[in-house]
Design a protein around this ligand. Structure first.
Ligand SMILES: [Zn+2]
Length: 83
């Protein structure tokens, strides 16, 4: 098979895929296709609670990312750092 044929076939498959999926406007947000890093648990340095990264409150400091369980814990952390 020539590379051009493969390209044309790929394009046809793409068009078919667009036709099949274009009619339905459902966007699946669940499933395991997302980045695995979102399921990683991160530890809150203030209350030592582990929270999923996607639910964590983020603070970026000195190029590092620090994760908290809540904005309150982040505020505490900032207050401690500030003193
Ligand atoms: Zn916390």
């Amino acid at each position: 098979m020539s590379p051009l044929r493969i390209l044309i076939l790929a394009f046809l498959f793409y068009l078919l895929f667009r036709l099949l999926t274009g009619g339905k406007k459902k966007v699946k947000k669940t499933g395991n296709s997302g980045p695995p890093s979102h399921d990683v648990l991160v530890e809150d340095p203030i209350c030592k609670v582990c929270v999923p990264m996607k639910q964590a409150v983020v603070l970026k400091e000195d190029g590092k990312t620090i994760y908290f369980c809540s904005p309150e814990c982040r505020e505490k952390f900032i207050a401690i750092k500030g003193d």
